[in-house]
Design a protein around this ligand. Structure first.
Ligand SMILES: [Zn+2]
Length: 436
């Protein structure tokens, strides 16, 4: 393996690789930048073109090209090796028989999904059915360049469009099944007639991993068609698609999130796309699930600050609270963006970009937001109201895994309610007991 590592290093210039992630400036023999791994205002991150290494004098991190990629993308050594081997065209020997098969298979699925995405894009731009969808997307305020950027597509109506296209490209139907693109009729043999397309007559939103490879789709029903069907259907769990760690838009958001040191979390893919078009690139959405710990650890690679923009309706607010609690547990800083009732991010952007950007700039510390919300319309000197307030806020306070933060909010809530901390603790304890 060391031979291949050397071959990769010989073909790769570390300055080009790191330059894809940080803005490097020439400084004497070396290159300098603000470190992507810690917060700083004056550059102490240095890259040596001669030695092909990097080092940060601020946080002490450093290494070669592999180490940089592992650190910045959160990859294992093997993943970084594969990534750079592909980039430089160096062929890697078989690792262990088993691991090799898994990697080969994984690549095959990714190839299939790439071909499928190109197919769906072509259908959107070059067919009559596609034109209708383009009009709908434009009606929602999307520009053509945005549609292309996010690689939106159209899965035409019919039972075997994608199946036949991919089989025609010499892919096996079993592999197309493993990519999640077709459904197998139960108990039937492996003939193509016994499979049918999962996505039919739908707008296709490709979902990518952090390095930009398509791993699956979220597919929206064509507006005006049989709306009794599910509005969105997603790729099922496959070898490359795991819904608990999908973050829609992460490939486009990550660098900007790192630069700005915050990320915007919205509810749906249309919200991500519209927000991107408005110039806010550091935006992601969870796709058809509640926020998970896996998603939070991906976000944490890039920033510790999350601004959440959820619908102002009850469901949206509940999701915001739940997501915030999970983030408190993971020691992330949460801010809430609030805007006039009932609007999602996509609508808000379409209506008034400046107002939307202002709302994001004016996001407030999540706990303050929840405290305000809980106190609103309640009488702090009424004993029943007071109990309800304590009950609602206790869950939030207790979700902080950091003791200092927990203490801080305990004190804050006691002050706002005009009671002592010990009285607040006692009340919490009573509530806890009454529930046992
Ligand atoms: Zn550093």
């Amino acid at each position: 393996m060391s031979q291949e590592i050397e071959a990769i290093k010989a073909k790769l210039n570390i300055v080009d690789l790191i330059g894809e992630y940080v803005r490097l400036q020439k400084a004497g023999n070396n290159w300098k930048a603000c470190c992507p791994f810690h917060n700083e205002k004056t550059p102490s991150f240095s890259v040596s073109e001669d030695k092909q290494v990097w080092h940060c004098f601020g946080c002490g991190k450093g290494g070669d090209a592999f180490g940089f990629l592992m650190e910045i993308e959160g990859l294992s050594f093997r993943e970084a090796l594969e990534n750079l081997a592909q980039k430089t065209g160096v062929e890697l020997p078989k690792y262990s028989a088993r691991e090799n098969i898994t990697n080969l298979e994984k690549n095959k699925i990714e190839d299939i999904l790439e071909e499928a995405t190109l197919f769906y894009e072509k259908q959107l731009w070059e067919t009559e059915g596609g034109k209708k969808i383009l009009e709908y997307l434009k009606g929602r305020g999307l520009e053509e360049s945005t549609v292309r950027d996010f690689r939106l597509g159209y899965a035409p109506d019919g039972w075997r469009n994608i199946a036949q296209f991919l089989v025609g490209r010499n892919y096996k139907i079993g592999d197309i099944l493993r990519a999640g693109l077709v459904i197998h009729k139960e108990g039937k043999s492996q003939e193509i007639e016994n499979f049918y397309d999962r996505f039919r007559n739908r707008i296709m939103f490709p979902i990518t991993n952090p390095v930009g490879k398509v791993i699956g789709y979220s597919a929206r029903i064509v507006p005006g068609e049989d709306e009794s069907q599910a509005k969105y259907i997603n790729t099922p769990e496959t070898e490359v698609y795991h819904k608990s760690n999908v973050l829609y838009g992460i490939d486009k958001a990550k660098m900007s999130a790192k630069e700005k040191d915050w990320i915007l979390l919205v509810e749906g893919q249309m919200d991500v796309i519209a927000t991107n078009q408005a110039g806010i690139k550091n935006t992601v959405a969870v796709s058809g699930t509640a926020l998970t710990l896996e998603q939070l650890s991906i976000i944490k690679r890039y920033t510790k600050n999350i601004r959440m923009f959820f619908d102002m309706d009850e469901a949206g607010q509940k999701a915001a609270k739940r997501s915030a609690q999970l983030a408190f547990d993971r020691e992330l800083n949460v801010f809430i963006v609030s805007i006039d009732e009932g609007k999602d991010a996509a609508d808000a952007v379409k209506e008034d970009v400046q107002k939307f950007i202002k709302a994001i700039d004016g996001s407030v510390v999540a706990m303050n937001y929840f405290i305000e919300k809980t106190l609103r319309g309640r009488n702090k000197s009424d004993i029943e109201d007071k109990k309800k307030i304590i009950e609602e806020l206790s869950g939030l306070i207790n979700s902080f895994s950091n003791k200092i933060e927990r203490e801080h909010w305990m004190r804050e809530v006691a002050e706002r309610l005009n009671i002592s901390e010990s009285a607040l603790r006692e009340a919490q304890f009573e509530l806890y007991q009454s529930k046992q």
